[in-house]
Design a protein around this ligand. Sequence first.
Ligand SMILES: *[C@@H]1O[C@H](CO)[C@@H](O)[C@H](O)[C@H]1NC(C)=O
Length: 266
Amino acid sequence: MAKGRYGRLQVKKWSTLTLVWSMLLMLSVVILMLLAFGIVSLPIIDDDSPPQDLSSLRRMIIERGEGLGDRGEQWTEVLAWEPRAFIYHNFLSREECEYLISLAKPHMKKSTVVDSTTGKSKDSRVRTSSGMFLRRGQDKIIRDIEKRIADFSFIPAEHGEGVQVLHYEVGQKYEPHFDYFLDEFNTKNGGQRIATVLMYLSDVEEGGETLFPAATKNFSSVPWWNELSECAKEGLSVKPKMGDALLFWSMRPDATLDPLSLHVAL
Ligand SMILES: *[C@@H]1O[C@H](CO)[C@@H](O)[C@H](O)[C@H]1NC(C)=O
């Protein structure tokens, strides 16, 4: 009895399964036929570039990434290997630059420098700009930017400091300095700084360059040489452009300090 019921149940299950499978098979054949005759078509992303062009695919992915506003075309270039410095064009959109300025503007204070003996912040004539620190990951837009910095530098965002927004009036500067710490207080507490990403938030008529006076490269070979101010021609210089980012390393790959990372804010 029990055995019989079992058998009948199996037969019923089997026939239902066969029916479902054959219906699915017929449906697939119909869809394939419709596709073959061009009666229906799969959605294809409308793009000007040829479909096999992988570089355009990569650019498309970058452009559709996270962030506020349109960043336009992005590309990177090696500025120098001694010090290791790289430029990332259109790292930030105009909207992101304006957003950073709007967050910082109400809180700007005279910039300080780190005292190399005590490790404390102090006022200095060496650095005359004003600035403020954002909190790390303080909102979605800042987190997007920090993620981008992490991707550019290969250093996780959790290893970064909060973004510092700086403002230089005409005539203000930051004289030659290193970003690495020379005091025990900071190296023991937060650890050494290994790299810096500078993001330029506005275009300037003249000056405002970042100068690496100790770089070994033939600095007059940069394509923007003729656009540089006189003092920027004393070494390898980057001309500020809204949205561009400059990454440079204060430490070499073997974790020794790189004195060639000496730099000046003109
Ligand atoms: C540096 O580059 C400039 C421009 O490309 C060139 O005229 C000059 O000869 C170079 N100097 C050296 C020492 O290579």
